[in-house]
Design a protein around this ligand. Structure first.
Ligand SMILES: [Zn+2]
Ligand SMILES: [Zn+2]
Length: 361
């Protein structure tokens, strides 16, 4: 009997990114043992371009485990692609190499009966951003013709500029260029969202973000959530996940998630820095507690939990804050230094001109 019973009364598919030690079919039992209603995993080694294919036994076992433990692989499993896949890479050879691994992942999904596949949309590097978005979309179109049913889910990113998906409009543009729109979706990572500069830490900010998401991308494309707190402050552009409630987001946003009707029915996956899968078991129980939160009876308990978690993360937040301040200072110093002397004289001239003008009244 598992220590973390699976919650059948929850309206949400809370789960986590699970270890596949012992084979892909083990991910199902591992997920079950920590009380997941949905789960994520890597389909092969996240560090190698090529991995051995699954045996028929392993495929059968995965499907049998899903059936026995009550997971529908079409809707409850959200594998994560390898980080080094970059379909937006302007270097043809590298993009092609990425595509081979990407397609291999999609085929693995279909072998296992999995209906969703999440990956990082990559980077345009030094090339023209719009051109590389087009390339990414054409690879997705190609992958659709070479597979049957798996939905390709683009994750939003924490960085700026060349990183595809830090701006919601990138995701919209890619989806617009995809032919089969029934097989493309978006995964919103709460840490990436915050780090990219979209505040979601208060009720107002959370509501505003989702209104903007709906306007730019559209709720119908929302296919999954990655649920992480952020070690780095708002707009720091750092992809640093933190345990729920210990980072700059704080516990409030996770309470809002458990009360957002539009997040029912899609995988909500924890990727917090837990040394063991059991840590996720505790966080899933915390989410289920938040789902049943009532202002009248739980407010003081919530405040206490929230304070304790913030306390746990305070040292790390202080360190990251200092780093962020230092970086911002450096950036500002650079931009002052970079400003040509002429510009300063121009400004002086402009001011002078203005003064002259106003004096001429
Ligand atoms: Zn990711
Ligand atoms: Zn993520």
């Amino acid at each position: 009997m598992s220590q973390f019973a699976r919650c059948s009364t929850s309206n949400y598919k809370f789960g986590a990114h699970i270890s596949t030690a012992g084979g892909i079919s083990k991910s199902v039992t591992n997920a079950y043992n920590i009380g997941c209603n949905a789960f994520a995993m890597f389909l092969k080694s996240p560090r190698k371009w090529v991995s051995p294919s699954y045996s028929q036994d392993e495929i059968d076992q995965f499907k049998a485990n899903c059936k026995e433990l009550g997971y529908d692989p079409l809707t409850d499993v959200l594998p994560h692609g390898q980080y080094f896949i970059n379909l937006a890479n302007p270097e043809h050879e590298k993009a092609e190499k990425s595509y081979v691994s990407f397609l291999d992942d999609l085929r693995r999904c279909e072998q296992l009966g999995i209906g969703l596949y999440n990956f990082h949309p990559g980077s345009s590097l030094k090339a023209d951003h719009e051109t590389q978005l087009k390339q990414l979309a054409s690879y997705i179109n190609k992958a659709h013709t070479e597979t049957k049913f798996v939905k390709i889910v683009l994750e939003n990113m924490a960085g700026t500029g060349t990183l595809v998906g830090s701006d919601l409009s990138d995701l919209k543009k890619v989806i617009e260029m995809v032919d089969d729109k029934t097989r493309v979706g978006v995964c919103i990572d709460t840490c990436h969202t915050f780090a990219a500069g979209y505040d979601i830490s208060t009720r107002q900010a959370f509501d505003d973000f989702w209104a903007e998401f709906d306007k730019i991308v559209g709720f119908k494309y929302l296919s999954a959530i990655h649920l992480n707190d952020s070690k780095a402050p708002l707009a720091a552009n750092r992809d640093l996940h933190e345990k729920l409630g210990e980072g700059f987001l704080g516990l409030e946003v996770f309470k809002l998630v458990t009360q957002a009707d539009f997040l029912r029915g899609i995988p909500i996956i924890l990727e917090t820095p837990q040394p063991q899968d059991e840590g996720y078991g505790d966080e899933i129980k915390l989410l289920e507690w938040l789902e049943n939160f009532s202002e009248d009876t739980h407010l003081s308990e919530f405040d206490l939990k929230s304070q304790n978690l913030q306390e746990n993360g305070s040292k790390s937040r202080k360190e990251q804050s200092a780093k962020f301040d230092k970086k911002t200072l450096k950036k500002n110093a650079k931009s002052t230094k970079k400003r040509p002397k002429d510009a300063e004289t121009d400004i002086a001239k402009q001011l002078g001109a203005k003064r002259v003008k106003s004096d001429q009244r």
